[in-house]
Unconditional design. Structure first.
Length: 279
């Protein structure tokens, strides 16, 4: 198993994904600090965009206030509703604003780790630098407070959706990404907006079983990582599942702009793992 040790809070950071395809073998992160350990906070599936101002406000409160006592913040994918290239930072004030808010974490000595999701897998080195973030491959194994935990976005665990898994492999192929990024920004923007509107229209439809993780996918990741604890997002079905292979925590999605309020995070500290609501 490939292993890399990242010490939270140091200046030598991996600020973007490599140019090769993502590894299916989890790398490893050992959480260490030179002082009394502070909690680790985990979030995912915020789907940030200017169209959800209440959710954006909750995100800013979380970063500026809730996370202030944390050692590290982990974003396990889908921070944005879509990301069509790091040139968005130059032309999109909203994208630049989110990066600036995130950068306040590193300014306060709080490490920030970001994993790609199925909506924002084009987040690159320029964004990671602007946000003061460390990029995490998917999946990723970390050791914290004596426990080994495998982290994932969760979309790779939905193995029954064969069409999506084919798309996922293609979308993470560097040549395909470079071809898409060569399009004019306005073309990419128009395509992303059409997909966003389509996603909004399907909000009221019952979710398909294809969009959920499978027993096979979960068992395979537990086995490959050699862990008994997993944290992921993607499915928008927050829960703590106790299974034969181990414990699987599913992060909530965030939405304070449509219907019932949703959102929350996981806190990992010396007392264990707890699911907490937004402040």
């Amino acid at each position: 198993m490939n292993t890399s040790v990242i010490r939270a809070g140091v200046s030598s950071r991996q600020d973007g994904p490599p140019r090769s395809n993502e590894s299916t073998v989890p790398a490893e992160h050992v959480h260490t600090r030179g002082h009394a350990p502070r909690p680790l906070l985990f979030i995912s599936d915020l789907h940030l965009s200017p169209h959800i101002p209440r959710t954006v406000a909750a995100f800013e409160h979380f970063i500026l206030m809730t996370a202030d006592s944390a050692d590290s913040v982990f974003v396990l994918g889908d921070l944005f509703e879509y990301w069509i290239g790091d040139d968005m930072l130059r032309v999109d004030p909203f994208a630049a604003r989110i990066a600036e808010v995130l950068h306040t974490l590193s300014e306060r000595g709080i490490a920030l780790y970001i994993m790609h999701g199925n909506r924002d897998f084009l987040l690159g080195k320029r964004f990671m630098r602007a946000a003061g973030a460390i990029w995490l491959p998917d999946p990723f194994v970390m050791t914290a407070f004596g426990a080994r935990i495998v982290l994932a976005h969760g979309d790779a665990l939905c193995t029954a959706d064969h069409k999506y898994q084919t798309f996922r492999r293609l979308a993470r192929w560097r040549a395909a990404q470079l071809l898409f990024l060569a399009w004019p920004l306005r073309w990419r923007q128009a395509l992303a907006e059409r997909m966003r509107v389509s996603s909004e229209a399907g909000r009221t439809r019952p979710p398909s079983p294809l969009y959920d993780v499978t027993t096979k996918g979960v068992a395979a990741l537990f086995k490959a990582s050699g862990t008994t604890t997993m944290i992921h997002g993607h499915t928008h079905k927050p829960a703590c599942h106790q299974g034969r292979e181990g414990t699987r925590w599913v992060l909530p999605d965030w939405d304070l702009d449509h219907g019932a309020r949703r959102g929350g995070y996981l806190r990992v500290d010396a007392e264990g793992i707890r699911a907490l609501p937004l402040d």
